[in-house]
Ligand binder design. Structure first.
Ligand SMILES: Cc1ncc(COP(=O)(O)O)c(C=O)c1O
Length: 386
């Protein structure tokens, strides 16, 4: 089955007669006899109905659909994208271990490593996204995981995932990838050597800016129990209402992403030609340093990219952003709407790719000509600021 067919036909759950699985709300699961209750207590708590904490039919349907799309052994759900990253890391380490984290990882990951992994006696080293197989020199005997995010969602550096995975596997370390930008629709993480594939489902999976959810797909059975135990032992549970929204969003992932891609490419090409733009950071553009890797490994690009804007001053930048009519000013991305935010990030192992004002645009599903007209009028207003 091709991905669009999987998105339509998997995760339909039991024979409900309805097209969509219903929202199965519940904490208590009832059993007919004492014996049945006790047998259920001895069975694998992550398969079938046991207790609301571990999911009900709505979660199972979403897990099944994500597993089909990821091509994974199984997929676990968590309440946010950040939780997906932290549980994936926790599943791989014990006290005394070491992890390698890409310098362009989602910002709060740094805080998690520095405050919480450190408290558990796990140390982290940050690496340059362009390191490729040179990552070998950073490995220690106790290195157990490598966390990548390709491209970085604020600075858009690609990473050579197959090269990094080859080294990591030689050192018996797991490869974790935050694949939120491309989603499994545009990048087959499992086929490129990723062991734990992370999604902030809050973005494109949900797709409508109305749900917080995350998922971790595992390539091999051996990662399943450590991961699922961490999630259960920390008490994480995802509400069936949120699973329902995510599954509903997932159905149209392919159709939405194709439009995000087409619109973003059109807008990015237009921006590249503007004198106010020093650079567009978008791996789908041939001018981008990550283009060759993107072209080799990915089958598409989503609607998020960076713009290095030569705004003459801070007031001029404010006029540009505040004049935009079709762009919301706000965090997160992956919904149907266009968004703009300044890109704020920390670097310790590599240089910032921005030289001027670092901005991030999410190109939504509006008509791209309207988006371009909106950017044009806002740039023109910016240019009038003295
Ligand atoms: C690349 C990436 N990963 C993870 C996250 C975290 O997801 P959530 O907001 O669902 O915690 C974000 C949020 O912006 C993100 O951009």
């Amino acid at each position: 089955m091709k991905k669009d067919t999987k998105l339509t036909h998997t995760g339909r759950g039991e024979d409900w007669q309805l097209v969509n699985p219903p929202v199965a709300r519940g904490s208590t699961i009832l059993f007919k006899t004492l014996r049945e209750f006790e047998e259920n207590g001895r069975a694998d708590r992550f398969t079938g109905l046991h207790y609301g904490l571990h999911g009900t039919q709505t979660a199972f349907a979403l897990e099944e659909a994500l597993t089909a799309l990821e091509g994974s052994y199984r997929t676990a759900l968590v309440p946010s994208g950040l939780a997906a990253i932290t549980v994936a890391l926790l599943a791989c380490v014990k006290s005394g271990d070491h992890v390698l984290v890409v310098d362009c990882a989602y910002g709060p990951v740094r805080r998690f490593c520095e405050l919480h992994l450190a408290r558990l006696g796990v140390s982290a080293t940050y690496f340059d996204p362009n390191i490729g197989s040179g990552i070998e020199s950073l490995f220690r005997p106790e290195t157990r995981a490598v966390l990548c995010e390709a491209p970085g969602s604020l600075t858009f550096e690609m990473q050579d995932i197959p090269a990094i995975a080859a080294v990591a596997h030689r050192h018996d370390a797991a490869v974790l990838l935050d694949n939120t930008w491309a989603t499994p629709y545009f990048f087959d993480a499992m086929a490129h050597g990723v062991d734990l594939s992370i999604q902030a489902g809050t973005k494109y999976i949900g797709g409508h800016a109305d749900v917080m959810i995350g998922s971790v797909a595992v390539r091999e059975e051996r990662w399943w129990k450590p991961l699922r135990d961490v999630i259960a032992d920390y008490g994480y549970s995802v509400s069936p209402d949120d699973c329902y929204l995510a599954l509903r969003g997932l159905r149209t992932l392919g159709a939405r992403l194709r439009t995000h891609q087409a619109n973003a490419i059109e807008v990015a090409r237009w921006l590249e030609k503007r004198p106010e733009v020093a650079r567009v950071l978008y791996p789908a553009l041939p001018s981008d340093p990550g283009y060759a890797i993107w072209k080799r490994d990915f089958t598409g690009a989503s609607g998020l990219f960076g713009v290095d804007l030569k705004a003459p001053s801070r007031p001029a930048l404010e006029v540009f952003v505040d004049s935009l009519q079709l762009f919301g000013i706000g965090s997160s991305w992956g919904g149907f709407e266009s968004l703009v935010v300044p890109a704020v990030f920390k670097r310790t192992a590599s240089k910032s790719p921005f030289l001027h004002h670092a901005m991030r645009l999410h190109i939504g599903l509006e008509d791209p000509q309207d988006i371009i007209a909106d950017l044009e009028q806002a740039l023109n207003k910016m240019n009038q600021v003295k």
